[in-house]
Design a protein around this ligand. Structure first.
Ligand code: GLY
Length: 383
């Protein structure tokens, strides 16, 4: 099969690939997205809770990453507004905020540390007494010793967001190919050829540019292009409950997060495990998640357990994403680790600037993919 030549072929239909594809299609490029599975099946975002916590979720030992996350946070409201306006799909974007709760003494010091970071980065955060925590969320455990209200820590429903992005892509006349597994990219007269197989047979897509956004599954694709990226999956097990529970904030302790949705879903996560692509859900992990969640919010015990699933966060050797140009016409966005949903708007916008206008924002400099040595790509152009 030969798909008609687009301007750009995006390899990977996760949150980063789709967000960037939509941004490019919105700027008038002919875009084809190729996804190895069905959308949401393998994507980390298909399992993710969707917290947008630019300081509490991002590893604060990387100031460059925090800066990137804060920039993405600033983009979020307008980005969502645009997606919902074009797709007519509600994404579950919610700015109620996050209530960090101390359920034992060690948590108190941890939350003070977090509060200092949030204030330092200009985010809204206030310390709450136990009474103030329970005044905001009466179902929080009575033994709580206080907490923090992080009103700039928001949430979105990643599954709805993926659905909305698919619709946006369609509205912008982009093409989405699912169940097409890309084997390699190679130079061609047009620019780059994406060579793939799948249920529909062989596919070769020639395009002026290619963006690789393969998530945790990209090792084989990256190996010939970048050396020693260390790309690997970091497993996260997540439980989903459903039922009526009167909780409105995202609830977090240093040990667990609970993300309540308007539709009655409560997402509880997540483990962080170096297990390769071991997709099993384990009794111990589910037990630990539910135990910690119940400690913070005892009422969850009455809810129905509707799903337990493992997903794979993509992480690179230095725990920073790679966002930029590998070679003329060849771009990459991978390694967003715990922050794919949070970093999607800024990644999409700045990559589109780079791809369409050749302009690399300075904020991308620490994420230059060329920090990984290149074995095969000739004439590499630094971002
Ligand atoms: N961003 C939440 C997680 O990766 O568990």
């Amino acid at each position: 099969m030969n798909a008609a030549s687009p301007d750009i072929c995006v390899v990977g239909g996760g949150i980063i690939g789709l967000a960037t594809a939509c941004e490019l299609a919105g700027r008038g490029l002919r875009v084809t997205v190729v996804e190895a599975a069905s959308i949401g099946e393998r994507a980390a975002a298909g399992v993710a809770a969707g917290m947008i916590g630019p300081v509490s979720e991002v590893d604060v030992s990387h100031p460059d990453l925090t800066r990137f996350a804060l920039a993405s946070h600033r983009d979020y409201p307008a980005w969502i507004e645009q997606i919902e306006a074009v797709s007519h799909i509600r994404t579950g974007f919610d700015r109620t905020g996050t209530l960090w709760v101390a359920v034992h003494r060690d948590h108190v010091a941890w939350l003070e540390h977090l509060r200092a970071f949030q204030i330092d980065r200009g985010l809204n955060t206030i310390r709450l007494t136990a009474g103030e925590v329970r005044a905001r969320e009466p179902l929080i455990a009575p033994n709580t010793s206080g907490g923090l209200l992080a009103s700039d820590d928001w949430q979105v429903d990643p599954r709805r967001l993926l659905g909305a992005l698919i619709e946006v892509l369609a509205q912008y006349h982009g093409t989405l190919l699912q169940q097409v597994s890309v084997e390699r990219v190679e130079r061609c007269d047009e620019g780059w050829a994406v060579v793939a197989g799948g249920e529909r047979g062989r596919t070769r897509i020639e395009a002026r540019s290619v963006l690789l956004a393969p998530g945790a599954y990209g090792t084989g694709l990256l190996e010939p292009l970048l050396r020693d990226t260390g790309l690997r999956p970091v497993k996260g097990q997540v439980a989903r409950l459903r039922g009526e529970i009167d909780v409105h904030h995202v609830i977090r302790t240093p040990d667990v997060y609970l993300v309540p949705r308007a539709d009655g879903e409560v997402v509880i996560g997540a483990t962080v495990e170096e297990m390769g692509f071991d997709g099993r859900v384990t009794a111990g992990a589910v037990h630990d998640l539910l135990r910690e969640a119940r400690r913070a919010l005892p009422g969850i015990a009455e809810l129905e357990l509707v799903e337990v699933r493992a997903g794979f966060r993509p992480v690179l050797r230095d725990h920073l994403p790679a966002v930029g140009r590998i070679d003329e016409g060849l771009f990459i966005a991978v390694g967003h680790y715990r922050n794919g949903v949070a970093l999607a708007p800024i990644t999409a916008r700045l990559l589109a600037d780079l791809i369409c206008e050749g302009v690399a924002d300075q904020i991308l400099a620490p994420f230059n993919p060329l920090r990984f040595a290149q074995p095969l790509v000739a004439n590499a152009v630094p971002t």
